[in-house]
Design a protein around this ligand. Structure first.
Ligand SMILES: CO[C@H]1[C@H](O)[C@@H](O)[C@H](O)O[C@@H]1C(=O)O
Length: 695
């Protein structure tokens, strides 16, 4: 077992009673019509059922029989049309219904939708029910995704390196495309379709214009053709200076008629090859990327120029709000300051893509104040699935709790209950163009994502993109059952391990609202001491602001007033040190070392406590995992065992380096019930990536 199959394992059900029940319920499968997507549905249901039920699930034709599983649309199946199924008129194009009913007098299960794509999603859902051993005898399910575009962002370069990728090289074999199509592309499409992911941005936001050249577009077309029947549209990143780099123009000014004409013909060239091309994702005027600002044009002017070019083809532009200019006083405020004044200026087919937090994918951030602050603009969410700041390839950190925390945050933009989820699913503003993006963690590793448990984050992202009401725990439950086993003696402890794992990372890296303390550029390991860089907000001392008298970033009205970017009830909460949730304490406040926190400890003692709690959690995960040996296959057991060992070493490294450093400010001892750092601060400061102590 190397984990290659992800959550689509379809292993034979071992519980004989359950197996009997399912076999009785499903005597065969009936799919009356054909299309590329229905053919995939047919293949998947056959592969899935034959795997799970141990073979012999026939494909039927003609009349239904007792226990038939009937799959299709009312347009493609007379039997389904006759049924007038409940819910079919409520679902959108990607939705489906699954009903236990009777068809022409025979008991049957029906998976139906208004489109073939919806049917495919229904098939994956039905298989998931069996994989997780849910009852299927009395089904009345009606589901539609809440968000229209559910997208992965690949930060993949054309040389196949992956920015912030910890799972090997890029899946896209540009040098072999379009002639050779790696079968893995299909596996990738299946995995995404099984979750409802319906878009993929193939290239890095730090973009290379080369991908827009004809010979590359032929390669992109080959991937788009493969992904299409799985319901996955292809998007590309557009380098704003492409008209100069590959078009021979002197400028990329978005108001220049030649530039506009160049993009229009480039876009037409793409759509000629890929009629359902999704559009562009753009990072502009951020971290050295070119953009409209180079010509004194606004983000809206830049985005609209591209939007106008793709509009005739129904394309969209996803324009990132991740910007930071060298001038602003607090990086937290920059995206808001640049974008809020542009609210209402973006054309209808533009989405502004906003990271969940205001800084950069930290283990914990408060929600980005842009959410709720641009009511006349379509805002989409950007999560990072790859764990750049959460232990990268090895650490076990289940991210659904992080995603949920952001989605459930209340912006109060239109009174209580104006959650971030409602901003991005359009329900707050009646917006119909809705989207969500996750920065992918995939690569050429056999297990796809660098570690087995990182697969859970791809899974969780997809499930939440489909339905943000699902709980982190319910998603973990599904994933563990599908990926490993339904044995409750395994499922329960592993779920428990996963549920607290992200909080543990917060504890041993950046507790109590600390942020941005990691090693320079690679972002691996602790380095809170980083100072004296070309820009203040590239240092780490800028973010923690530790001094003899305290620690934390004063973002209240006395400080940078970042709190002023939130709606009044949120603003008042973050302004007040006593009302700020402790998890954000040092994000918003500079607090004395002897400040008493809710546990009754001083701030210093609480920091020590939390850093240790994080390490202890990892030790507990190791113990839990060790107790499960023998319940799953040896290979996957060993892989995780080894990674947890690495995680423990690195959690200790984070704790000891961070406490040794902060101690130089607090001047206080580590209380004696705790382990003391094994090394001096100078030693930690001398470590060079990727060597953690003891490795
Ligand atoms: C793609 O660049 C990344 C960069 O590697 C990363 O360190 C930071 O998280 O954000 C940038 C961004 O999101 O644009």
């Amino acid at each position: 077992e190397d984990g290659y199959d992800l959550w689509l394992r379809y292993q034979p059900i071992t519980d004989t009673e359950a197996l009997e029940t399912y076999r009785d319920a499903i005597s065969g499968v009936l799919i009356e019509s054909e299309s590329p997507t229905l053919d995939i549905a047919r293949e998947e249901i056959s592969r899935g059922l034959n795997g799970l039920l141990g073979g012999n699930v026939p494909m039927l034709s003609g009349a239904p029989e007792d226990g038939a599983l009937i799959i299709g649309t009312p347009q493609g199946s007379e039997m389904i049309a006759e049924l007038d199924l409940e819910g079919l008129d409520q679902i959108n194009d990607d939705g489906f219904v699954i009903h236990s009913t009777s068809v022409r007098g025979e008991p049957a299960t029906v998976i139906a939708a208004n489109t073939d794509q919806g049917v495919l999603y229904g098939v994956y859902h039905f298989l998931r029910l069996i994989q997780t051993q849910q009852p299927i005898d009395d089904l009345a399910l009606v589901q539609s995704p809440r968000i229209e575009r559910r997208v992965l962002n690949h930060w993949d370069n054309l040389d196949r390196t992956v920015e912030r990728g910890y799972a090997g090289f890029s899946l896209w074999e540009w040098h072999k495309l379009p002639d050779y199509l790696n079968p893995r592309y299909i596996d990738y499409a299946r995995a995404n379709a099984s979750l409802g992911i319906n878009g993929t941005v193939l290239t890095n936001v730090n973009a290379d214009a080369t991908v827009l050249m004809p010979r590359y577009l032929d390669k992109v077309k080959a991937l788009a053709d493969l992904f299409r029947p799985y319901g996955i549209r292809v998007y590309l990143t557009a380098r704003f200076s492409a008209p100069m780099e590959i078009g021979g123009l002197e400028t990329a000014d978005p108001l220049d008629p030649d530039v506009r004409a160049w993009w229009q013909s480039k876009v037409d060239e793409i759509y000629e090859r890929i009629p359902d091309f999704g559009g562009f994702l753009v990072k502009a005027n951020s971290e050295g990327q070119p953009g409209p600002g180079d010509y004194d044009r606004s983000h809206a002017e830049g985005a609209n120029m591209l939007a106008d070019a793709v509009a005739p083809h129904d394309g969209i532009i996803m324009w990132r709000a991740f910007v930071y200019s060298p001038v602003a006083d607090d990086r937290h405020k920059q995206a808001y300051d640049e974008f809020v004044p542009l609210d209402g200026d973006f054309h209808d087919n533009v989405l502004v893509q906003v990271k969940n937090g205001p800084i950069d994918f930290q283990p914990r951030e408060p929600f980005n104040p842009l959410f709720g602050a641009m009511p006349s603009t379509s805002l989409m969410m950007e999560f990072q699935i790859t764990k750049e700041y959460l232990g990268q390839g090895t650490h076990l950190a289940y991210l659904a709790p992080l995603f949920k925390e952001a989605l459930d945050a209340d912006t109060y933009a239109q009174g209580e209950g104006s959650t971030v989820a409602k901003v991005i699913d359009g329900s707050l503003s009646g917006d119909t163009l809705t989207a969500i993006a996750g920065v992918a963690n995939t690569g050429t590793d056999r297990n796809w994502t660098g570690s087995h448990f990182n697969q859970a984050n791809w899974y969780a992202y997809g499930r939440l993109a489909w339905n943000h009401d699902l709980s982190a725990e319910a998603i973990a439950d599904e994933w563990v059952r599908m990926t490993y086993t339904n044995d409750p003696d395994f499922v329960e402890p592993v779920k428990a391990m996963m549920m607290g794992s992200r909080e543990a990372v917060v504890d041993y890296m950046t507790p109590l609202g600390l942020h941005h303390l990691m090693g320079e550029s690679h972002h691996y390991g602790p380095a809170p001491w980083i100072a004296d860089r070309e820009r203040e907000d590239w240092t780490n001392v800028y973010y923690h602001r530790a001094t003899r008298d305290g620690v934390g970033f004063d973002r209240t009205s006395e400080g940078t007033n970042a709190v002023g970017q939130y709606a009044p009830p949120v603003q008042e909460m973050f302004e007040d040190v006593d009302r700020t949730p402790e998890k954000y304490l040092l994000w918003f406040h500079h607090v004395p070392w002897d400040h008493e926190v809710s546990s009754g400890r001083t701030l210093w003692d609480e920091l020590v406590y939390r850093y240790n709690r994080g390490v202890e959690y990892v030790r507990d995960m190791r113990d839990t995992w060790a107790s499960l040996e023998g319940m799953i296959d040896e290979q996957r057991y060993r892989d995780t065992e080894a990674y947890l060992e690495i995680q423990e070493k690195e959690a200790i490294w984070w704790r000891d380096a961070s406490l040794s450093y902060f101690q130089t400010f607090s001047g206080q001892e580590i209380p004696e019930e705790y382990e003391l750092p094994a090394h001096t601060l100078e030693y930690y400061q001398s470590l060079k990536f990727p060597f953690a102590p003891g490795i």
